[in-house]
Design a protein around this ligand. Structure first.
Ligand code: SF4
Length: 211
């Protein structure tokens, strides 16, 4: 199902040029394979320290494995600073059959999530929003560098996948449930890792701050 939403009307997001760029970014997300995308006012993004701390306790199996996950990311405090410097955000989802997320297709699906986030970010940067930042879900170590012994960045080398790998929202305490609400996408059964089950489908989410 393709669902495209523009702003939820609450906005605080400046009109005119940003609105035009936002429409382009939503179209880009859908073109890339997103099932839906929405413009979110930054004041609708809820950040909770407690959510970020769940990566450490109970410890996520990917904790510390990459530069994109805690304790190697700057966390909620820095995210709030980025929010304050942003004009708005694009929140998007991809919906896939639940079974596929537990099959050999999982890495490809998670890779698509990161790729869409990174492409939206790049698109925004090319349109003058040079401080835009994309966030996805899951560990880039498990998705892109699973066969590698380590994360290159943590070994003081360049990331092997800079064009597509993005940090997970989890490590910054992003409340995905509140974003789903703000997007008008209803509710579902929120799973660990920020996925939401809708019957036999699962939705995965990404967020791009546009600034
Ligand atoms: S090198 Fe691999 S594990 Fe490290 S940040 Fe890049 S994609 Fe992630």
């Amino acid at each position: 199902m393709i669902q495209v939403s523009s702003s939820n009307g609450n906005s605080g997001v400046p009109e005119s040029r940003f609105d035009q760029v936002a429409v382009d970014l939503i179209a880009k997300a859908v073109q890339m394979g997103a099932s839906g995308a929405a413009v979110i006012a930054v004041d609708r993004i809820v950040i909770e320290d407690g959510l970020a701390s769940l990566c450490r306790e109970p410890r996520c199996e990917n904790f510390g494995l990459s530069a994109s996950c805690p304790p190697h990311v700057p966390g909620p405090a820095r995210f709030k600073q980025w929010m304050q410097a942003s004009k708005g955000a694009v929140f998007f989802k991809i919906e896939v059959p639940s079974d596929s997320l537990f099959s050999d297709d999982r890495r490809e699906i998670m890779g698509l999530l990161h790729d869409i986030a990174a492409q939206i970010e790049q698109h925004a940067i090319e349109r003058g929003y040079s401080n835009s930042k994309a966030f996805a879900g899951g560990s880039c170590k498990m998705i892109f560098c699973r066969e590698q012994s380590n994360c290159a960045v943590l070994a003081n080398e360049k990331c092997r996948n800079p064009a597509i790998a993005r940090p997970s929202m989890s490590g910054f305490g992003v409340n995905v449930g509140k974003l789903i609400e703000a997007s008008g996408w209803g509710n579902g059964d929120l799973q660990s890792g920020g996925a939401v089950r809708h019957g036999s489908f699962v939705a995965l989410y990404g967020l791009v701050l546009i600034g």
